[in-house]
Design a protein around this ligand. Structure first.
Ligand SMILES: Nc1ncnc2c1ncn2[C@@H]1O[C@H](COP(=O)(O)OP(=O)(O)O)[C@@H](O)[C@H]1O
Ligand SMILES: [Mg+2]
Length: 1045
């Protein structure tokens, strides 16, 4: 907003259009005030005025570039970057070719301005390897051209001594592709002569200061400008300018542009030749005929030159000192006088240098030119020498000022005249603004029939003696009454005495001031002739570059046609330039020089005022204020902004003008801001245009969003529809599939039902034809078959006969499960029976005894498990073998069941004595072992019962019936080592004899009936005793304790 503030600051408005009141003083004061504040740039609408500060200002930093990049022209402080940005954007976005016209006096800052514009555009356009290379080449053309084309003048230490117009070409994206440089009229007279305080072209000083000793030796040069005539033998160093460093920069720049080392060497060689030509001294001599002739005074320099350009020194000497004249069919060699010789020498030097400069520009162009065929947009930057008024103005000043006059004309035409004419053409109400049209001055100079240049050409071509006097006379006649032409003669005619206007001079009232031209040298310079001898000599040199500069020196190509004069050449190139500029959108930078002494920040009001006047700034402001900042044909305008109106977007059906009116009325701009012409819309202030642009930018953003939205919507919708279609297909298929399945199921069921029903019906119908019970029989038959198969299979597959093996194949059908189980049992029983049948009677009896033992004792007495392993032997005594027991054997007769040795417990004290026990089928006999005599014989029927303990002892109480014969002594307490067998056999024998089971008590406490009464026997489990036998202890008369374990 600082910028807006400065624009409106009454003391120093940024845009002179806003100046109030508008007078020359206020305008001057504003510029001065702004200059004091270091605001060197000021606008008149979109024209930039730049006042040279002559000191570096901190306003060209990369940050500043960023600030102005894509800026709004009217929202930022006036700056050259703003106009560069505006032009670049207009080129890129609106596809309009641009030209930037930089005008102003010499030293006003034009070249600097052009460089600032170029560097700004280079900085903001896109980056990339290829683009950067192009940019670098374009920028680096400056140091090279400045070295060869710039020189120090009194007004400017780095004054361009040639006009330069550079077209930078861009592609549609705004990326630079390359460019073309055109050069105009190099001030070549500077080569041979320059005023004191000025210098020759920079390159000479650069080469001498910066060239290495080796390079200088190669070029046959000596260090120091004092050795060279063309450099005026003055000390040449310039404060603030480092020639040596500049030389290095120039060499680097050449490398960047693409000069090969050989080309650079050739270029420097030719440069050296020019320098050395100035040292070629001539001396006079007289020919035999008495005519004055000249010769080379000191041949060394000439020889060195010839060595450099590989030319025979004689040829060059001859070309310099004589001239071939063709008279009819004869060619005559005439000697030249010393002054003629020097003239020749200088002409040669000037020609070589100016042609070298042209070659240089062409060479740069070949590097930076764009390949044909690409579509491009162009930005032209014109930096041409400024208007010059010297003490003594010659042909060059005339030409330069003519060019400036043309540029002013363009400015007038485009900004003032054109604009006003357009208002009238378009029918806009308009009060014309008075301005000075310099068309008349241009006509004075360039009119092809009676312009000054045409007259000059006529003089040059005229046969006979030509000199400038006849030329001036002719002008005086022609322009006697011309308002802008003056000479001694016309003044005399008007009786005006003006000492400032001498003879042989004419004065033109240029737009920028009156300039008096001295006609001396006009014809010669216009002719710009080089004697053929010299061009032929140059062509004869074997130095490729030099030779190529003089194609007309080729004897085969001798043309009698005179080359166009310098004046007409310049006129043509200016005309081409003007045409070129007219085709583009102009952007003006008008440079003002604030003082004549190159002093930093010094503002000389008179000097500036003069420039304000001749630049026509006042008129410029007036027209601007009265006029409209912007105009455009209705159609493109509507096209560009139609999206801002609801009625015009997206399509307007009516005419373009109506559309524009509808659009703008909808936008509600104040009516004085707009004017409707016949074909164009006019917008008064840039702010309105800016506002339009801003709204457009915003609207475009919205529209882009809208398009995106619609597109996304469309995409989603189509996607959805596709998905929906697919979903319908899938569900249709799925439903179809499900229905088909259901149908199949129903069909199967229906068929089944049908089959049953039909079967039932058929059976009912045909029952009488079938025997009843057929199906049962069939089923039975099938069953039987199955059973048969099963049984046969079983037979083949019977399990092993081992009684331990209980395996049995499973039933193949469920209905056979019961039978199978039954068969399994039967088989097992049968297997057991088979087993039993093959047993011997003894073994059978033994097994029966074991079985019986198991029934009696299993899980009741601990001793049982121990007895399992022991076979029941029955006979342990060996009655038959031992003769001692013969008696006993007899007692047992053949009915012996068991015989063993037992211990009998004494009923009185519990002590034990051994006894032989015999069990027969009828009796139980106890015998004394020594005597082998039966002591006690018990009938089995006397045995009431038997008591044993739970433990693993062998104690047994034999309860006797009271009626028994042996029973008088009471029950017997025995300890047997085969207790289980004994009791089992007893039980078996008793069963066999009496069919009564033995009353067996397995108990811990029992009572025995002894002779002396009942005794309660208590079995006590003790810790493992030392003996296996139980220990009986009598406790009192009726109690006995048996310790067992
Ligand atoms: N914008 C500027 N800022 C600082 N110094 C400048 C500026 N423009 C010009 N100058 C100074 O003025 C001198 C002359 O400028 P130049 O552009 O060569 O003038 P012209 O081309 O108009 O003859 C430059 O060498 C430089 O020192
Ligand atoms: Mg310049």
């Amino acid at each position: 907003m600082e910028a807006a503030a400065t624009l409106l600051d009454a003391e120093a408005v940024g845009d002179l259009v806003l100046l109030d009141p508008l007078t020359e003083e206020s305008l001057l004061r504003t510029l001065q005030e702004r200059f004091r504040r270091s605001d060197i740039y000021t606008y008149i609408g979109d024209v930039v005025i730049s006042v040279n500060p002559y000191r570096p200002l901190p306003i060209y930093t990369p940050e500043k570039v960023q600030e102005y990049h894509n800026c709004n022209f009217f929202a930022v402080k006036p700056h050259i970057y703003a106009i560069a940005d505006d032009a670049y954007r207009s080129l890129r976005d609106r596809d309009r070719d641009q030209c930037i016209l930089i005008t102003g006096e010499s030293g006003a800052g034009k070249t600097e301005a052009s460089k600032l514009v170029m560097s700004y555009v280079a900085a903001v356009c896109s980056k990339g390897e290829e683009v950067d290379k192009v940019k670098e080449q374009l920028l680096q053309s400056n140091p090279v051209l400045e070295a060869f084309g710039n020189a120090k003048t009194i007004r400017n230490d780095n004054s361009s001594r040639f006009g330069k117009y550079m077209d930078v070409e861009f592609d549609f994206k705004g990326e630079p592709l390359g460019g073309v440089i055109s050069n105009y009229l190099l001030e070549k007279s500077r080569i041979v002569r320059h005023t004191k305080g000025e210098r020759n072209f920079h390159i000479f000083y650069q080469l001498l200061a910066g060239g290495s000793a080796q390079l200088l030796q190669q070029l046959k040069l000596r260090q120091g400008s004092q050795h060279y005539g063309y450099l005026n033998r003055e000390s040449s160093s310039l404060p603030g300018m480092d020639d040596a460093a500049n030389f290095r920069d120039m060499q680097d720049a050449m490398a960047v542009i693409g000069f090969s080392p050989a080309e650079v060497t050739a270029l420097l060689e030719v440069t050296a030749v020019v320098l050395k030509l100035g040292n070629v001294e001539l001396s006079s001599c007289y020919q035999a005929s008495g005519m004055e002739a000249c010769s080379i005074a000191e041949p060394r320099e000439l020889h060195e030159i010839c060595e450099l350009i590989k030319l025979d020194p004689g040829t060059l000497e001859q070309a310099l000192c004589s001239r071939t004249v063709k008279a009819r069919d004869e060619t005559v060699l005439t000697a030249l006088s010393v002054s003629q010789g020097y003239y020749c020498r200088d002409a040669l030097a000037k020609n070589i240098y100016s042609r070298l400069f042209d070659w240089l520009v062409n060479r740069i162009n070949t590097s930076i030119q764009v390949k044909p065929g690409k579509q491009r947009k162009v930005m032209g930057v014109l930096d041409i020498y400024g208007f010059e008024i010297f003490q003594d103005n010659g042909f060059e000043q005339f030409i330069i000022n003519y060019c400036n006059e043309k540029l002013q004309q363009i400015f007038i035409l485009m900004t003032l005249k054109e604009e006003q004419e357009e208002y009238i053409r378009e029918g806009i109400q308009w009060t014309p603004v008075e301005f000075f049209d310099n068309g008349i001055i241009c006509e004075l100079i360039e009119n092809s029939k009676c312009g000054i240049l045409a007259m000059l050409d006529e003089e040059c071509l005229r046969p006979g003696v030509v000199n400038e006097d006849t030329f001036v006379t002719k002008l005086n006649q022609l322009f006697a009454t011309h308002k802008h032409y003056e000479s001694k003669e016309t003044q005399n005619a008007k009786h005006v005495t003006d000492l400032s206007l001498p003879q042989r001079c004419f004065r033109i009232h240029h737009y920028a001031g009156k300039v008096t031209y001295n006609v001396t040298g006009f014809i010669e310079k216009n002719n710009d002739l080089l004697f053929r001898d010299l061009s032929q000599a140059m062509w004869a040199a074997r130095h490729t570059l030099l030779r190529s500069l003089f194609p007309e020196g080729n004897p085969q190509k001798v043309s009698l046609k005179l080359p166009p004069t310098a004046g007409s050449q310049f006129k043509t190139s200016v005309a081409t330039l003007m045409k070129n500029l007219y085709s583009k959108n102009p952007n003006y930078i008008r440079c003002i020089k604030p003082n004549d002494t190159k002093t930093a920040m010094l503002f000389t009001p008179e000097l500036v005022l003069a420039q304000i006047r001749y630049l026509g700034l006042m008129e410029n402001v007036r027209v601007r204020r009265a006029g409209y900042a912007f105009r455009q044909l209705y159609s493109p305008f509507l096209q560009r902004y139609k999206m801002l109106g609801t009625k015009t977007w997206p399509r307007w059906a009516g005419g373009d003008r109506e559309g524009t009116e509808v659009l703008l009325s909808e936008l509600k701009f104040p009516p004085e801001e707009l004017a409707y012409g016949y074909t164009k819309i006019f917008i008064r202030s840039p702010r309105t245009l800016f506002d339009l642009e801003k709204r457009r930018q915003e609207r475009i953003g919205e529209l882009a969003t809208l398009i995106q939205k619609m597109f996304r919507g469309w995409r989603c919708r189509t996607q959805y529809q596709l998905m929906r279609k697919s979903q319908i297909i899938i569900s249709a298929w799925f439903r179809g599939h499900a229905q088909k399945n259901k149908y199949k199921q129903m069909k199967r069921s229906a068929l089944l039902l049908q089959a049953y029903a039909r079967g039932w019906k058929v059976r009912r119908t045909y029952r009488r034809y079938f025997r009843s019970g057929a199906s049962t029989r069939l089923a039975n038959f099938i069953y039987r078959r199955l059973v048969q198969k099963f049984l046969v299979g079983l037979r083949k597959n019977l399990p092993p006969m081992s009684v331990q093996d209980r395996t049995w194949p499973p039933a193949p059908y469920k209905f056979l499960a019961g039978a199978n189980q039954e068969l399994k049992n039967i088989f097992y029983h049968w297997k057991c029976k088979k087993y039993r049948d093959q047993l011997t009677p003894q073994r059978k009896a033994l097994l029966q005894a074991k079985l019986c033992a198991s029934e009696l004792f299993k899980d009741k007495k601990t001793l049982y498990s121990k007895s399992l392993q022991q076979p029941f032997q029955g006979e342990y005594l060996g009655l038959t073998q031992n003769p001692k027991y013969q008696k006993l054997h007899a007692v047992a007769k053949d009915k012996l069941v068991m015989a063993e040795t037992v211990m009998k417990v004494n009923r009185a004290n519990g002590k034990t004595v051994p006894r032989l026990l015999l069990l027969t089928a009828e009796h139980l006999v106890l015998a004394d072992p020594k005597a082998a005599q039966p002591k006690t014989v018990l009938s089995l029927s006397d045995i009431r019962g038997v008591s044993v303990t739970r433990f693993s002892d062998g104690l047994l109480a034999l309860h006797l019936k009271e009626t028994a014969a042996a029973g008088t002594k009471g029950d017997l307490l025995l300890v047997s080592s085969h207790l289980i067998e004994l009791v089992t056999r007893l039980h078996q024998t008793l069963m066999a004899a009496t069919s009564q089971a033995l009353a067996l008590h397995i108990t811990d406490q029992f009572s025995t009936r002894f002779q002396k009464g009942d005794v309660a026997v208590t079995v006590v489990e003790s810790a493992k005793g030392s003996k296996d036998v139980p220990v009986c202890k009598k406790r009192g008369s009726h109690k006995m304790e048996v310790l067992v374990h």
